[in-house]
Design a protein around this ligand. Structure first.
Ligand code: ZN
Length: 149
């Protein structure tokens, strides 16, 4: 378990320092603002669609290291996926951080995202980790604002 925690910390620190796809997409097809008042995380997710496929995805905002690292990894995971695949990832990620899905014993598409199973040990951080996913989901659904409260 401590091995997983080390990896978790390393990945979070890396993505927090060098967030991937941290930019605005001009003329984005979809975007949404996500707000986690419990922690103060605020981010905006941009999506550029090509038919049913997420051609490009990015985010901007400020927040704690976990929210930022999670957003960074969310963009990497969702880019190039179909809308349905992106929604499947959202569902799996969401259930994993709530403890409803065990990525070690169940088949998932989560890959590297499995490290966020670590937030289960820190209930206050669950909303930080899932904020970008809720925001991406809202953008896909055509909603422009979400709050975790
Ligand atoms: Zn946070």
């Amino acid at each position: 378990m401590s091995e997983l925690s080390d990896l978790y910390q390393e990945v979070i620190l890396d993505h927090n320092k060098n967030p991937r796809n941290f930019r605005e997409i001009e003329n984005a097809d979809k975007h949404a603002d996500g707000n986690n008042p419990l922690c103060g995380d605020q981010l905006k997710v941009f999506l550029s669609m090509e038919g049913d496929t997420v051609k490009d995805v990015s985010f901007l905002g400020s927040g704690c290291a976990i929210s930022k690292a999670s957003a960074s990894m969310m963009t990497q995971a969702v880019k190039g996926k179909t809308r349905k695949e992106a929604e499947t990832l959202f569902d799996e990620f969401h259930r994993m951080v709530l403890g409803e899905l065990d990525p070690e014993s169940e088949d998932t598409h989560l890959g590297k995202l499995k490290i966020f199973a670590g937030v289960l040990e820190f209930p206050a951080r669950v909303k930080c980790a899932s904020l970008s996913w809720h925001t991406m989901h809202a953008a896909l659904e055509g909603e422009e604002e979400i709050s975790t409260e």
